[in-house]
Design a protein around this ligand. Structure first.
Ligand SMILES: Cc1cc2nc3c(=O)[nH]c(=O)nc-3n(C[C@H](O)[C@H](O)[C@H](O)COP(=O)(O)OP(=O)(O)OC[C@H]3O[C@@H](n4cnc5c(N)ncnc54)[C@H](O)[C@@H]3O)c2cc1C
Length: 513
């Protein structure tokens, strides 16, 4: 029996395998296709993903193909700026820029290439999940092996795993097999997505009110123009992404025809040579699974939730899901933690995901406004709020974990912990490792061993320019305990934090509370 079977080797499944394999768990990934999806869907990710790539040991592979950019700009019906979430000149508390653009097929290749270096991970291509049976100690997963190269018949096989992670995408056959329903967050709009290789800058229409520090070529620009809402997004190297809302009565197939696509993109490229790589229509919607865990099976990524991509967070949610599962599964296998800790997966992830999808749906509602009068009123209302939102970045949209495996009621619990850059140019996690970390203000010996290993650091000894000490100070804390997925477990007395954590690891919440 293996530890974890992962169904689906998209970005979420591949990342899960890397994180789990690296921590010594045995993993088999079943992927029905023989090649990964060749066209980009996601183009943006944020600093938290870069930190997870550090944890998964894939950062050196993915970094050269990531392009740091400067945030988001929303432009109103009158072509004046209504909302600016720029990052130029802002601090980078997590050690990375807030926004990166990338090319998904290239990125997925890097994740798959890393599997061979990350432990006991077997990737079975052409292996299509068909059904599962849950038992007390394991799940039996049945799948068909499609060996198209050898022209063999489909053969039904099975494997037994302690847990299953279903990362099999929005249509998730596993979710359907488990009969899990989706909550519909009541947003559905049709958009045409176009990717192009370009040999020069995009020509924007005149836009008023562009902040002095903003470079339109480095921003994700949302044109909230009721005549045709559209997004223009920079990509890595010469890749550019446009997303155009389809207007009432427009037909998907007609809009995907090359002359229509050429006309839409051509308006932005004027005399700049460019080549359309693909055009496809999507229904942008907000959906969240009612249950993320059924017995020993966990839904993750698009199988568990789908979001309109207005803040580029769909895949990011999925990577957070598997980072959350991976450290808990590793604590059970490696340190003898109680399996019940996996019950904190949905309570932690579901509200987090709903919070961010809620922000994307709210933005989607105003972006997709087609009535010129209502669009003008919207612009006025958003501009009125602009003062109170001055300085916001997309990072502010990501909430803290509010419940689950955290020390409740302690300052900073559930927030993402900072990752300062060190005096030698490395980042904090490169020095401390990525497991449980305890940062203390004063060098006092800690009592007790602890169930899962904890690395302890005295803030004043860190070559971080005083960043961790300042964090502790700002939270009035003598110590902070940080989880392996970089969220703060809690703050307070160091020994007490370890005791409370160990009680949660042993599923003794009533004592921890
Ligand atoms: C237009 C658009 C723009 C987007 N932009 C962004 C963005 O900028 N940033 C962002 O973070 N997200 C973005 N997203 C969302 C992002 O693309 C998805 O969230 C992400 O690709 C989902 O990854 P996944 O691994 O969960 O699923 P998928 O990538 O769909 O992978 C699922 C895998 O499961 C496999 N599979 C399916 N059925 C079976 C089976 N029976 N047996 C075995 N394998 C199976 C599939 O072949 C596939 O390889 C965007 C999405 C769209 C459509």
């Amino acid at each position: 029996m293996i530890d974890v079977a992962i169904i689906g080797c998209g970005p979420v499944g591949a990342m899960a395998a890397n994180l789990l394999g690296r921590q010594g768990l045995s993993v088999v990934v079943l992927e029905k296709e023989t090649e990964h999806y060749p066209l980009p869907r996601a183009v943006h990710l944020d600093h938290e993903m870069m930190r997870l790539f550090q944890s998964a040991g894939v950062i050196d592979r993915v970094l050269p193909d990531m392009v740091a950019t400067d945030g988001h700009l929303h432009v109103g019906a009158d072509h004046g700026v209504i909302r600016y979430m720029g990052t130029v000149g802002k601090p980078k508390p997590f050690g990375w820029s807030n926004d990166y653009f990338f090319y998904q097929p290239e990125f997925e290749t890097h994740l798959r290439d890393a599997l061979a270096e990350n432990g006991d991970i077997k990737l079975l291509l052409g292996a299509e999940f068909s059904s599962l049976e849950q038992h007390d100690s394991h799940v039996r997963v049945r799948y068909f092996l499609n060996d198209t190269k050898m022209h063999l018949e489909r053969t039904e096989m099975h494997l037994d795993a302690r847990w299953v992670i279903a990362a099999d995408g929005s249509r998730s056959p596993v979710r359907k097999a488990l009969n899990v329903k989706l909550d519909d967050l009541d947003f559905e709009e049709p958009w045409l997505v176009v990717d192009a290789e370009v040999e020069g800058p995009v020509t924007f229409p005149p836009i008023s009110g562009v902040p002095a520090d903003a470079d339109l070529q480095r921003l994700s620009v949302m044109m909230c123009d009721p005549s045709r809402p559209a997004t223009v997004v920079p990509g890595r190297r010469n890749h550019r992404r446009w997303e155009f809302m389809l207007l009432p009565g427009e037909d998907d197939a007609v809009m995907m025809q090359s002359d229509n696509v050429a006309a839409l993109v051509g308006a932005w490229m004027k005399d700049v040579p460019h080549k359309i790589v693909r055009a496809a229509t999507y229904r942008f919607h907000g959906l969240v699974a009612e249950k993320w865990q059924v017995g020993r099976v966990f839904l993750a990524g698009d199988a568990a939730h789908q979001t309109p991509p207005f803040f580029g967070q769909g895949m990011c949610h999925g990577l957070r899901d598997v980072a959350n599962l991976a450290w808990k599964m590793a604590a059970i296998v490696n340190d003898g933690a109680d399996e019940a800790i996996l019950g904190t997966y949905q309570p932690e992830r579901d509200p987090h995901v709903r919070g961010v999808i809620g922000a994307a749906v709210a933005a989607g509602r105003y972006i997709c406004e087609l009535d010129p009068g209502k669009a003008a009123a919207r612009d006025a209302a958003i501009r009125e709020q602009a003062a109170q939102k001055a300085g916001e970045t997309a990072a502010d949209l990501i909430p803290a974990i509010s419940t689950g495996f955290v020390a409740p009621g302690t300052s900073g619990a559930g927030a993402r912990f900072v990752q300062p850059i060190l005096s030698d140019g490395r980042k904090l996690d490169d020095l401390t490792g990525q497991g449980w970390r305890l940062f203390v203000a004063e060098p006092r010996p800690r009592e007790g061993g602890g169930l899962s290993p904890v690395s302890t650091f005295v803030a004043s000894d860190l070559p971080d320019g005083g960043a961790v000490a300042a964090w502790l100070d700002a939270h009035g804390a003598e110590a902070v305990l940080v989880r392996p997925d970089h969220y703060v477990f809690g703050t307070g007395n160091a020994a007490d934090l370890i005791v409370v954590r160990d009680m949660l690891l042993k599923n003794k919440q009533e004592i921890a509370a």
